[in-house]
Ligand binder design. Structure first.
Ligand code: UDX
Length: 481
């Protein structure tokens, strides 16, 4: 095919195979990149698990999408779990463990079946071992796309050292002590800011082995792609340069995609769809009826769960602050022994004149809305970038994964919000909302405005992320030639 294209005088199209883990926060940015590559005349084969493939593609207008991206194909692989196995919340770890054992064979099967041989694989850095091994066996380079921040990616590379030095597990240690052995972050991370995995007491827990093995495999990737921008994390990107000779920072991807694809009808993009939930568009009309910067947007992403007790603390804190709020509570958000439906129905009833509860919101549009003044978030990396880009200051309630690191950077490095880590008492919620919306707003907004402007610059023509995407495409084309 490549030779035919050359004979016909066409520029040959590289074929990129993309493999995210099946979670909203990973599929979305990798799909944004996939659409951008397809827009730049690459062929793309995007692999979802069967579970995501079925639920997700039902919300995509596949005919409109295929007209827009004729060289783009979605395929699926099994995740190896029984159909009724829980895949959300902590169930995502069962999916990861299962894919660790099954994804290599499934990926090789896809690679063999492709009509045009792949140029490279872009694999999710959180679980790239299978792809690296498959790529080595098949003879194609693998690029790792870590959907985390550079700071957190760098921290994960130190997990093994943290264990060796006895810094981790964290049990019974002073959680406010700075962790001084991660070069470049000596004055940033306290023990409580380390990725949540470090809170697991047993050193032989399979999660430690999982993340250490994946980080080791990731070092064999031919390049690292990050959804961040150079100006935000320059010193740590420099450190990551000691592991990767090629690093492409192309964030915030949700905007770079809009800038580059310039599609009047963004709804044809598959990456604007949720992999599971139906968006409640009515919440935008509700926001329209509120004055500028008056509403607190509350959303904890696609995986984080909370108990009824925690939900009530948030509820009282928000109500006592006197600020209206828009709160996303997914159907699977609430866990624990109490019947979540009863509590939720009560809250929805009580919320009527104080706030609005929805099960999934068009988050990017919500953050861009003039009525939104603050974001109470779990500090998922996509949410953090979306908030920075929109210039909305944050109150962070990190739950797990990379979120502990992100919230620390938000509050103590970039100073664009407050960190409510490890507690959500109603009095703290109330105080942080009041501080962010009134008493300390000016100070926080000063840094937020600078950061937000820098993020906006980075995705414009001539900006760092815009330029890095060009370099990435050039690199992929150079593998193909
Ligand atoms: C997960 C991890 O938890 C996160 O820390 C990691 O960085 C990526 O993978 P998730 O928890 O879902 O992701 O959080 P986040 O990264 O913020 O991604 C959620 C995405 O869903 C965001 O892009 C957000 O815009 C979108 N979203 C969320 C909606 O569109 N509507 C909603 O109501 C809630």
């Amino acid at each position: 095919l490549k030779d035919m294209e050359k004979e016909e005088g066409q520029e040959p199209h590289p074929h990129v195979v993309i493999l995210p883990i099946p979670a909203q926060g990973h599929v979305k940015p990798m799909l944004k990149l996939a659409e951008l590559l397809s827009h730049s005349s690459c062929r793309v084969t995007f692999i979802n698990t069967e579970y995501v493939h079925t639920t997700f593609l039902s919300s995509v207008d596949i005919h409109a999408f295929s007209r827009r991206f004729p060289k783009f194909r979605f395929v699926s692989i099994p995740d190896g779990l029984p159909p009724d196995s829980p895949r959300s919340g902590k169930g995502i770890f069962d999916v990861l463990f299962s894919l660790r054992d099954t994804a290599k064979a499934a990926l090789l099967e896809v690679l063999v079946s492709l009509r045009q041989p792949p140029t490279c694989i872009i694999a999710d850095g959180i679980m790239c071992c299978a792809a690296i091994e498959a790529g080595e066996e098949f003879g194609v380079p693998v690029l790792a796309f870590r959907t985390y921040s550079a700071c957190c990616t760098w921290t994960y590379f130190h997990l093994s050292m943290l264990l060796q030095e006895g810094e981790v597990p964290l049990q019974d240690k002073d959680m406010d002590q700075l962790v001084t052995c991660i070069s470049g972050l000596e004055n940033v991370l306290r023990r409580r800011d380390l990725p949540s995995i470090c809170r697991i007491d047993r050193v032989d827990d399979p999660l430690y082995t999982f993340f250490i093995t994946q980080a080791l495999a990731m070092r064999r990737a031919s390049a690292l792609i990050l959804n961040t921008f150079e100006e935000l994390e320059a010193p740590i990107l420099f450190k990551l340069g000691s592991i990767f000779s090629k690093i492409y920072t192309i964030g915030p991807l949700h905007v770079l995609s809009n800038v580059r694809i310039k599609d009047d009808n963004l709804t044809t993009l598959a990456s604007t769809k949720s992999i599971r939930w139906q968006e409640d568009k009515g919440c935008i009309t509700w926001l329209d009826s509120h004055p500028p910067k008056s509403v607190v947007f509350v959303s904890f992403g696609s995986l984080v769960t909370f108990t009824c007790e925690q939900m009530l603390e948030f509820w009282h804190g928000l109500v006592n602050s006197g600020k209206p709020f828009l709160w996303v509570i997914r159907s699977d958000s609430i866990v624990g022994d109490d019947d979540p439906r009863t509590t939720l129905i009560d809250l929805e009833e009580l919320a009527k004149d104080k706030g609005l509860i929805v099960s999934w919101a068009p988050q990017e549009k919500v953050l861009a809305h003039s009525a939104v003044g603050a974001f109470l978030t779990h500090s998922g990396w996509n949410s953090t970038l979306e908030s920075i880009y929109a210039g909305v200051p944050m109150i962070c309630w990190p739950a797990w994964g990379d979120q502990q690191v992100n919230s620390r950077c938000v509050s103590d490095v970039w100073r664009v919000g407050f960190d409510m880590k490890d507690g959500c008492h109603r009095s703290i919620v109330e105080k942080m909302v009041r501080d962010l919306m009134n008493d300390k707003r000016e100070e926080i907004m000063k840094s937020m405005e600078v950061l937000s402007r820098t993020a906006q610059q980075s995705v414009k023509e001539g900006g760092s992320s815009y330029f890095n995407l060009e370099k990435l495409i050039e690199y992929i084309k150079s593998i193909h030639l």
